[in-house]
Design a protein around this ligand. Structure first.
Ligand code: FAD
Ligand code: N01
Length: 540
């Protein structure tokens, strides 16, 4: 399908940016369609999130049987997860296995960052320029750049003066790191921090955790997957996967149809306890209104508070670890192994940054407004410029030179989280305005990749070359995404879901909160109505 190569510019049907699970599956689907494709990846291997985030304790918090590709029965039969929640190294090995099994690497260029993507109206082609200065020209440009792939640029006064070692969880050294016997300062208590802190505490001499906002966390109860569970999974795989795709969260969590406020306190306690014992995100299924009604939410928050108090021996520390400024799970719920119990250790100390904020990093450690600390190493687990960060860092120009970053200056605008008006043939996988980070990402990645592939096949079948979101459809979708978010408790928190963790980032709820099931049905309906809301044409 692609034209012959022009000098210096490689001609191809589709460019995919990113070789995480999104980019890998997109490549498989593009090949199935008979399209030539080039994937470009900044890292030196496949795996995306699991390539970059190698901190101690890094693992999934969606169960591995569900956090894995479902598109190939053979792939699923041949891969065996060692634990309910697989660790980072195993996820990376899985990504490698998928790459080998489907012979993906021959179409992936590593160590290369996409710097720019410009659309040419006359030829209806995208020209993609890499940081090495070379170019690719393609009809389709697919951003598989990840929702959580760009760390925030958090810094502190004096940081360059620190004589010890400074690490970020999201850029952990590939060769691994032994911090045994060291005094370590740890900043950040989101999911990354909550996973890393218990593992580091066992390794280091002293761990001082600097907490600004406590988070809610549920126990993983991780361990090997019992044989009978594995057998049940293999026997019922298709049914389980089909059901997962049609839940609100993209995995099985046994949702009830009851309001928390219709249950007695004893019933609620029993229900929450039952789900705590299963662990992970099972608590989401307890009641329908935990995420939408403050009074219902308070019952879950109260349960979590009591659990923290029952685990952490020092009541003052337990109180500090208890969230008070946001509803339960309105910031992303964490899943942990021994997080709260870690604060019972003699070598772990919790410092409340609300009481004494960080003043500066010093040559020998860190000074808060109340105290100075000496450290051999400081670890930053300070989060990501989520959902828009990777897109914002590419110079994307659409029709008439429209600049994506300017178009998104007041917050991201998409139709279905898949396309942006004025940027023809540019697709986003799990983009803002889709359920993405509110779901099992593997479910959402597969749904997006398959929707895009079906769309390209449909276009080819009708000799159509260009598709783009109509401005009216985009306006309506953006308003709808906003409106749905106001029916939830998410806007009550200063979270990365709201863009609140990046100074200057517009405060907008980024994903689509109506649920994977509702969203999937809507996307299917749009396609069935000949891609309603999109403008399709034979040429540019
Ligand atoms: P990524 O895996 O982020 O891959 C994107 C790739 O694009 C990266 O490799 C990046 O280098 C590359 N890239 C970006 N910009 C450019 C550019 N300009 N040029 C070249 N390459 C570029 N989700 C869940 O559902 N369950 C979980 O349990 C879970 N655990 C997580 C744990 C951690 C530590 C983190 C950070 C996230 C977790 N997530 C989880 C979310 C996770 O990001 C997704 O599940 C999934 O891995 C995303 O895959 P992706 O391919 O879309 O993006
Ligand atoms: O990042 P975060 P993360 N001074 O933004 C603090 C996924 N994930 O990497 O809340 C002091 O959640 C900040 O404090 P506050 C998952 O989707 C999944 O942990 O802003 N502190 C917060 O405590 C997750 O939600 C897993 O007050 C500062 C922390 O740093 C997402 O990735 C594992 C600060 C950042 O928490 C991001 O998680 C890891 C400052 N200047 C990640 N700036 C799984 O378990 C920030 N903080 C599967």
């Amino acid at each position: 399908m692609a034209a012959a190569a022009a000098a210096d510019v490689r001609e191809i049907d589709a460019i995919v940016v990113g070789a995480g699970f999104s980019g890998m599956y997109m490549l498989i689907k593009l090949r199935e369609l008979g399209l030539t494709a080039q994937v470009i990846e900044a890292g030196s291997n496949v795996g995306g999130t699991w390539y970059w985030n190698r901190y101690p304790g890094a693992r999934v918090d969606t169960q591995s049987l569900e956090y894995s590709f479902s598109f190939s029965a053979e792939l699923e039969q041949e891969w065996r997860w060692s634990e309910r929640y697989a660790p980072q190294a195993e996820l990376l090995a899985y990504a490698e296995h998928v790459a080998e099994r489907f012979d993906l690497k021959r179409d992936i260029r590593f160590h290369t960052r996409v710097a720019a993507a410009h659309y040419d109206d006359a030829s209806s082609q995208w020209t993609v320029t890499t940081d090495a200065g070379d170019q690719y020209r393609a009809r389709f440009c697919i951003m598989a750049t990840g929702c959580l792939s760009v760390p925030t640029e958090v810094t502190f006064p004096g940081i360059e003066s620190f004589k010890g070692a400074l690490y970020r969880t999201s850029r952990w050294p590939r060769e691994g790191l032994d911090l045994s016997g060291q005094r370590v300062g740890f900043i950040g208590t989101g999911s990354s921090g909550i996973q890393a802190i218990p593992v580091l505490a066992e390794q280091v001499a002293q761990l001082t955790v600097f907490q600004r906002t406590p988070n809610y966390s549920m126990p993983a109860h991780n361990g090997p997957i019992p044989d009978e569970d594995l057998q049940a999974w293999q026997a019922n795989r298709e049914d389980y996967r089909a059901r997962s795709r049609n839940t609100a969260l993209g995995f099985l969590y046994d949702p009830t149809d009851r309001s928390a406020l219709d249950a007695t306190p004893e019933e609620r306690e029993a229900e929450y306890e039952r789900r705590w014992q299963v662990g992970g995100f099972r608590i989401f299924g307890a009641y329908t209104d935990i995420g939408t009604d403050l009074a219902a939410n308070a019952t879950a928050a109260e349960f979590a508070k009591k659990k923290i108090a029952s685990i952490v021996k020092d009541p003052a520390v337990a109180d500090l670890l208890t969230p008070k400024d946001h509803p339960f799970a309105s910031k992303r719920l964490c899943v942990d192994t021994n997080y709260y119990a870690t604060y019972n250790r003699d070598n772990v100390r919790l410092v409340d940054l609300r009481a004494t904020p960080i003043d500066r990093i010093t040559e020998t450690g860190l000074a808060t407004t109340g105290e100075s600390f000496d450290f051999d190493a400081i670890v930053l687990a300070t989060g990501f410029d989520a959902m828009t960060g990777a897109i914002d860092r590419i110079d994307i120009r659409g029709r008439d030179g429209a600049v994506m970053k300017e178009r998104w200056a007041e917050g991201p605008r998409t139709y279905l989280g898949l396309m942006v008006a004025g940027f023809p043939n540019l697709f986003l996988i799990t983009g803002p305005g889709s359920p993405s980070v509110l779901s099992n990402m593997m479910t959402s990645i597969e749904q997006h990749v398959e929707w895009i592939a079906d769309c390209l096949a449909w276009m080819a079948g009708r000799q159509q070359a260009v598709i783009e979101a109509s401005p009216a459809a985009e306006d309506q979708w953006v308003a709808h995404v906003d409106e749905i978010s106001t029916t939830t408790l998410y806007p009550h928190a200063n979270s990365w879901y709201m863009g609140a963790n990046v100074p200057g980032k517009p405060r907008r709820f980024l994903p689509y909160a109506a649920g994977v099931d509702v969203y999937r049905a809507h996307c299917a309906e749009v396609a069935a109505r000949d891609y309603e809301g999109f403008v399709v044409s034979a040429a540019g």
